[in-house]
Design a protein around this ligand. Sequence first.
Ligand SMILES: Cc1ncc(COP(=O)(O)O)c(C=O)c1O
Length: 387
Amino acid sequence: MRSSTELIHAGNQVTAGKTPPLTTPIYQTSTFVFDSAAQVQAYQEAREAGYLYSRYENPTVVAVERQVATVDGAEVSVLFSSGQAATTHALLTLLQQGDEVVCSAAIYGGTYHLIADLLPRFGIQGRFVSLEALGDPACVIGPKTRLIWFESPINPTLRCVDVRKVAEACRAAGVTSVADNTFASALNQPVLAMGVDLSMQSATKYLNGHSDVTAGVLSGSRRLLDPIAAARRLMGGVLDPQAAYALGRGLKTMPLRVARHNENAHAVAAALESHPAIACVYYPGLASHPDHATAARQMSGFGGMVTIDVKGGQTAAFRTFDRLRVIKRAASLGGVESICSLPILTSHTGLGDAELAAAGVSRGMIRISIGLEDPEDLIEDLHQALS
Ligand SMILES: Cc1ncc(COP(=O)(O)O)c(C=O)c1O
């Protein structure tokens, strides 16, 4: 072969022989090589295992899907290029023209706009109900309802929905229940074991845990996920192998991380509860939280998210926010680094006073994703910022 040909093909045959790699290799390839037409045919007729094209399936992605299924206690997990991609694939596969999706009004903004603004173009209607209404889930199910989409705990007040109650009402009515379990994760709140049909998570958050990957995942039964995985081939929201590798690496330490997020958040919430500059601390692990009883019933850990409502409203909240040194000002959550955001400038931006009040959001709120630093440093940082 000439050197340019050799350059392209040399190295392609390297394998580890009888000493396989300890960690999952990154199969950074868009396609896979077959020996013959007979082999392609055997693959297509499912007589021979293998891979054809990375938009369909990729070994690194498949390996990480198995890891997530283990964490979620799921028959199967399917990865996507973002949490929003996972949500979009689920809704567009499970619903059709004329169907209605019932959704709690307190929901991630991306999910809200997808359901409120985009799905109606395809003849799918969203109906948003209050958290109080969702407390009696059988009553929110109408004749056209095919799916209930909900979150618990919700952003930024960390109010909780009774997960089992929603799951049971859906099952009784033949409606699919989907929980966005991004804030809690299955390690704190195993929603599938509680009867929910499908779990959605932004894997960008606690599953990866290192703020360096954008990914999403759906977990549940093969019956629900096989058609969604088939739709992923067509809609194309697959995860890149490199990102899948980073996600899989993060997943290995998830139980350790989540336990420490829980401990740190509880310590910070408890330390701030009686601070004279704070009107209210929202953390489901505190007895003062309005949904503490529900959280204690359904969560084995209360998560890493804490919201504080600073006395003095927006001016005081902006001042505190700007003075933080260890806790960084950034959107997102679930990483090893503590970060914080102002709901009135992020999730609830542009809302008037009445809408903010309806969502239970105040202008003095700061939402904090508690990381894995020493909790004393986080408490000191907040004390100096509040002083
Ligand atoms: C609760 C919740 N659900 C879904 C998403 C969307 O996930 P992604 O940003 O990975 O698309 C987010 C993102 O912040 C979220 O917080």
